[in-house]
Design a protein. Structure first.
Length: 148
């Protein structure tokens, strides 16, 4: 009968397409997932249009989508900032904070150089690396804003 033939044809099509080599996903990470989704939707549509059971076609499309996206290239993590880079940022932060607090360019530059040297010393001794944003600004002292 027609239903039995249709079921046999869908099973044969699935058996045949499962044996086909899987296409390589595109190299572009973002485009890869979109391409996989497009291929899965297309596979689902072809399955249903070919007389396949909607639930089984959906199941096959989901499996195809997962297999494809699992093969997509994963983005690489950004390299960890070096101690020198972090110390430079810390020094910039100290200088900027000092200037914003009303310090002179000369005094703030010296405070930044001191902060960078202390940071580099901690790195050389194997201490913990500073957090981005760096040490706190120097406390007001004689001749610094906030002192009379």
């Amino acid at each position: 009968d027609e239903a039995t033939c249709k079921e046999a044809a869908v099973a044969q099509l699935k058996s045949c397409t499962d044996a086909c080599p899987k296409p390589e996903p595109p190299a572009n990470g973002d485009g890869c997932a979109k391409d996989c989704a497009t291929k899965a939707r297309q596979g689902y549509k072809e399955c249903v249009d070919g007389g396949g059971d909607e639930a089984k076609c959906k199941e096959a499309a989901i499996a195809q989508l997962k297999a494809c996206t699992d093969a997509c290239p994963k983005p690489e993590r950004a390299p960890k900032a070096s101690c020198d880079d972090l110390c430079a940022r810390a020094a910039q932060h100290v200088e900027k904070s000092c200037l914003e607090a009303g310090g002179t360019a000369e005094r703030c530059s010296a405070a930044a150089a001191d902060a960078r040297a202390k940071c580099a010393d901690r790195c050389a001794r194997g201490g913990t690396e500073p957090k981005p944003g760096g040490p706190q600004r120097p406390a007001p002292g004689p001749g610094r804003p906030g002192q009379g």
